[in-house]
Write a protein that binds this ligand. Structure first.
Ligand SMILES: Nc1ncnc2c1ncn2[C@@H]1O[C@H](COP(=O)(O)OP(=O)(O)OP(=O)(O)O)[C@@H](O)[C@H]1O
Ligand SMILES: [Mg+2]
Length: 398
């Protein structure tokens, strides 16, 4: 492994210089980089980039705009009282309506004078500065700003972009994009880019490119397995590949080759990066029974589980899927239960799914892992599903 270290090549938490993969939008059949560049070049338009968590929205902006020209702010930087332009100015080192005072001692004289200057950098000057320097403002994680603030920001942007200010608003789908996408004032002045989930073939590229750079051999079907297990998340792919490297390094061997045998260990070690323990135990416990006891069902392995525990188990089953039809959930549960033993009714399963959703709603973001609606169970967070599958000994059916 000359020069390059595994942690430089596989970067789950930062810009992956050596393993950046360009992919095409399935809808337009154009590379995302091109789409974003194209959008930025249209003067007078605001760009709205929307996509599921951890699909590479921030990385795409950094790639296309470059670290020289990108100015990144987060929705979390804005409370209701925060002045939008103050933040935008501060990020590039401009003072905005700031007070500047200086005190100078004049040597040799006891004369001390102080001078107070008051700047009032107007919004116009800030916009001019951004234009002159070719800067692009990226408002990342827009959903972290409160709804009212989002509306205010949209209002400010509307005026600024008309004057050639360049901005991209990045958010999760359905959560925060209304302030931008449903804003009548902005209609006709909006370039919309929807980022889709990653396909297995694109994920495979991360491993192929990275291991090649490191001089490590890996067969195509092994890359496929890792990509399937990564559940459409490039971040998970980067994590798993990095952990594989660490395992290889620590084994002290020098035949650098990724054998399928080490995959299960690599997956299990990778779960140590994630903190879903509380989420899983909350789901397994289900809602408070106030002393009543629940029906238990005898599983193949001879143990008894209640319905909540069975649902959790069923989600973790093979194959790993982020979108389960109710029939799939039911089938998976029935398969877990020993032959000839009593099974929960479909109605009972549905009721438990509703309750499970209620239990998770209204908690911190990390608990937002499921969405049960219209007969489909969506797993919202790939890292969570991965954790569920591999934490504690790994997947028994593989
Ligand atoms: N084009 C890419 N090629 C290779 N790896 C990528 C790519 N895009 C993203 N990744 C990996 O995924 C990780 C997460 O990407 P990023 O932070 O851009 O996601 P995001 O969509 O902005 O997530 P969030 O919604 O949480 O802000 C990156 O740190 C990187 O490891
Ligand atoms: Mg991001």
């Amino acid at each position: 492994m000359m020069g390059l270290k595994a942690e430089d090549v596989f970067r789950p938490g930062a810009f992956p210089e050596y393993t950046y993969i360009s992919r095409k939008s399935a809808v337009s059949d154009l590379p995302y980089e091109f789409r974003l560049m194209q959008a930025i070049k249209v003067s007078g338009f605001l760009t709205s980039l929307v996509g599921p968590s951890k699909m590479g929205k921030t990385i795409l902006c950094e790639k296309v705009i470059g670290f020289e020209k990108i100015v990144e702010v987060s929705g979390a930087d804005f409370s209701l009282e925060t002045d939008f332009w103050k933040v935008v100015a501060a990020k590039v080192g401009l003072a905005y309506e700031g007070e500047f005072s200086s005190e100078k001692m004049i040597a040799d004289t006891k004369d001390k004078y102080s001078k107070k200057e008051t700047y009032s950098l107007t919004k116009d000057k800030i916009i001019e500065y951004y234009k002159k320097e070719n800067l692009v403002l990226v408002i990342d994680d827009f959903h972290y700003a409160q709804e009212e603030k989002r509306m205010q920001i949209a209002q400010q942007l509307k005026d600024a972009i008309r004057r050639g200010f360049k901005a991209i608003v990045v958010s999760l789908p359905h959560r925060a994009d209304e302030a931008i996408r449903r804003n009548a004032d902005l209609s006709g002045r909006l370039s919309m880019i929807n980022m889709e989930s990653w396909e297995v073939n694109d994920l495979k590229e991360i491993a192929k490119v990275g291991f090649e750079k490191l001089g490590i051999q890996i067969e195509d079907n092994v890359t496929t397995q890792i990509a399937v297990e990564s559940l459409s998340s490039p971040q998970l792919m980067q994590y798993i590949c990095l952990n594989i490297c660490t395992i290889l390094e620590m084994s002290g061997r020098d035949d650098w080759c990724v054998k399928p045998e080490i995959l299960n260990i690599a997956y299990r070690y990778t779960t140590a990066n994630f903190e879903y323990g509380d989420v899983v135990s909350l789901m397994q416990k289900g809602p408070n029974m106030r002393g009543k006891s629940r029906n238990r069902f005898r599983a193949d392995n001879g143990k008894d589980y209640d319905l909540y525990e069975l649902i959790v188990k069923s989600i973790a089953e093979n194959p790993p899927i982020m979108k389960l039809e109710f029939e799939d959930v039911k089938e998976r549960i029935y398969c877990l239960i020993a032959d000839d033993c009593k099974k929960p009714t479909p109605q009972a399963i549905k009721e438990s799914l509703v309750k499970l959703q209620e239990l998770l709603d209204g908690r911190e973001d990390i608990f937002k892992v499921l969405d049960w609606k219209e007969g489909v169970l969506y797993i919202l967070d790939p890292l969570f599903l991965f954790y569920l599958r591999w934490e504690g000994g790994g997947n028994k059916d593989v």
